[in-house]
Structures are given as C-alpha cells and as structure tokens.
Design a protein around this ligand. Structure first.
Ligand SMILES: NC(=O)c1ccc[n+]([C@@H]2O[C@H](COP(=O)([O-])OP(=O)(O)OC[C@H]3O[C@@H](n4cnc5c(N)ncnc54)[C@H](OP(=O)(O)O)[C@@H]3O)[C@@H](O)[C@H]2O)c1
Length: 323
C-alpha cells in the first residue's frame, strides 16, 4: 500500500513524515515553493525532541497511480474539491481534515471515503518545513469509513498510523468525533482575528454554545469535551519546539502566511448553514465567519482585530436577530 498525501502542509506533512519514518511507502503531493523545497532538500520535520530531514518522494501533480494507492487529503476544506479533482475515482480517499463537509464532497466523486478526526497540533509556515508540537504522540487520530463503520482499510490505516508516532484507532462513528472536534474548532476564527488577547476564550465559548444548540436542533450526535479529554489522556501534550510554543492553530497560520483564504466557511460556516437549515439563528458564528473571511481576503495578519471590537460586532448581530 502507498499513502499519497495530497496537501503536505502541517497535518499532511506530519502524517506523511511519520508514516515514512516508520517504514511505510509515502508520496507527498505539494505545490509551488513548498514542492520545490521538498524536492530539493527533503521534508524538514521538527518535533519537540528532534529535527529530521526526510527524503520522502514528492510530486506537484498527479503521478501514475497504482491500485494499492490510498489518497489522504490534508488540504484546508476550501481546497478539497480542486485537490481531489485530478485523481482517479476508483481509489479510496481519506479526509484527514477538520470540518464535516469534506467526506460528502469526496463521496460525490469517489466510491470509498474515510474520515479522520485529527487532533494534531502542527504548523507549516515555511516551504519544506513542518513542525509537529504533539508529545509524546504527534497526534491522536480516529479513523472510520464514511458515513459510518469500520472496514479492512480503516483497520489497516489505523494500525499503520499506530505503528508510527500516533495514538490511532478505527472507530465506527467517526463523524460523531468530527462533530465534537468541529465544536472545538469554532474558536479558530477568534484566535486568528484577535490572537491570544484576554476575552477571546469567552467569545470562543459563545460560538461553541451556539454550535451545541444548532447541532442539537439538527439531531447530530457529537462527542463531549470530557470524552475527548478522557480519550486523549496525556498522550498528546503540546511542547515547544526550539524553545518557542506554536504561534496558533491552522486558521491563525492561514493569516500568518497570507494565503488569501481561510477555513471559516467550513467551521463557523457549518454551524451557520445548519442553523439556516433548521431555523436556529447563529449570529455569533455568522460574525466570526464573515470577519475571518474578510481578514483572509484582505491579507490582514493574525490578531489584527481588537477583542472588544469583535465582541461589539457579535453583540450587534445578536441584538439584530433577536428583534
Ligand atoms: N495545523 C494544525 O495544527 C491542524 C490540526 C488539526 C487539524 N487541522 C486541519 O487539517 C487540515 C489541513 O490543515 P493544515 O493546517 O495542515 O493546512 P496547511 O498547513 O495549509 O496545509 C495544506 C497544504 O495543502 C496544500 N494544497 C492546497 N491545495 C492543494 C492542491 N490542489 N494540490 C496540492 N497541495 C495543495 C497547501 O498549499 P498552499 O500553501 O500552496 O496553499 C498547503 O501546503 C485542515 O482541515 C485543518 O483544519 C490542522
């Protein structure tokens, strides 16, 4: 089996690098300066206790595929369709991403789709370099067939991940885990917009409370923070690398890199969509989605919006929808 990692950034680079390090066959698919750096110098994988340069095979476009290829897509959700488009549709697709929309986008095109709930604190801010801050495991990964169930491939992937530096298991209800993770990720936009200022935790919690109400109205099951903590235990702690902690999560990194896009339409936007479908207002997530998308388009750096201003915008929208 060969793991073809489409989008070898923070998550894809860590998963691909760790699988390669443990002896699995891996192909990293990247583009632009990142692909050039991987091709010329290999993948520089930084962890809290090591710096390794891994000569992982890489490509910048679809290669000749093999029947034992497994496509692992690890792009941001807004890039999923374009990233999967060129690949043959008989291959299995594994979505190692946040949000809950990628699996359905893939299943429209590919027959066999798998989801992964990704607890993996990593960063990719420089071409050729991926930093994996999780310790002692790089991450915790629940793997399952979409929409539900476990089959041989889910078991095999979980086993291969567990042989490398991941706490991984196959679960029959991967989307329940991913809806729980989605609730956690509703704070990503707050961190991207306001950085780590006082008052951000309260705004993130308001987004999550609204998210729980919306998921409940939609009848969607999700894990609880306690269940997630119990499962994670002390398997994945965040440790600094080179004396520095991780600057911020994946949405924060999108603004830091000035990529021009952000995942908010698939994180806060998922709650907004479900709220609209089920007649439940979601003003907090609406504002977070709108402001995060605006900041990304305008290429503003992370932390450019004062937390008091964001609270004001949210309160105005909450007042408007309750009128
Ligand atoms: N970072 C974390 O700590 C973390 C933790 C848990 C879950 N997640 C989730 O994991 C997913 C990936 O996030 P990430 O932080 O790893 O993102 P990332 O660092 O931006 O990596 C994504 C990579 O995909 C590349 N890409 C996009 N479209 C492509 C295409 N068509 N072909 C080839 N490569 C393509 C991007 O290239 P460009 O740079 O050229 O756009 C980028 O290198 C997201 O759903 C995120 O929410 C992230």
């Amino acid at each position: 089996m060969r793991y073809v990692i489409i989008g070898a950034g923070a998550v894809g680079g860590t998963i691909g690098g760790e699988l390669f390090r443990s002896g699995q066959e891996v192909l990293l698919v990247a583009r632009g300066a990142h692909h050039a750096a991987l091709r010329e110098g290999g993948l520089r994988l930084l962890t809290p206790e090591s710096v390794e340069v891994l000569q992982v095979p890489c490509a910048d476009s679809p290669v000749e595929t093999r029947d034992d290829d497994v496509l692992i897509v690890a792009t941001k959700s807004q890039d999923t369709i374009a990233a999967l488009e060129p690949w043959p549709r008989h291959l299995p697709v594994v979505c190692a991403q946040n949000g809950v929309a990628n699996e359905a986008m893939a299943l429209r095109r590919f027959e066999r789709v798998y989801g992964v709930c990704v607890w993996l604190p990593a960063a990719h801010l420089e071409p050729g370099v991926v930093a994996a801050y999780g310790w002692p495991y790089a991450g915790m990964l629940q793997v399952g067939r979409y929409p539900q169930g476990v089959d041989d491939l889910a078991e095999r992937l979980a086993a291969d991940l567990a042989k490398s530096r991941f706490a991984a298991e196959a679960v029959p209800d991967v989307m329940r885990w991913k809806y729980g993770k989605l609730l956690g990720n509703l704070g990503n936009a707050v961190e991207a917009l306001c950085g780590h200022a006082d008052g951000t935790a309260e705004l993130a919690e308001r987004a999550r409370a609204e998210g729980r109400t919306v998921l409940s109205a939609a009848g969607l099951a999700h894990t609880s923070p306690q269940e997630e903590r119990d499962k994670r235990g002390d398997q994945v702690d965040l440790r600094p690398i080179g004396g520095a902690p991780r600057g911020g999560g994946s949405s924060w990194q999108s603004l830091a890199r000035g990529t021009g896009s952000i995942e908010a339409d698939y994180l806060n936007g998922e709650i907004v969509l479900l709220g609209r479908l089920h007649g439940v207002p979601a003003p907090v997530n609406e504002v977070l989605q709108r402001e995060a998308v605006r900041a990304a388009r305008e290429k503003l750096p992370p932390g450019s919006l004062p937390v008091d201003r964001l609270r004001e915008l949210i309160d105005e929208r909450c007042a408007a929808v309750s009128r």
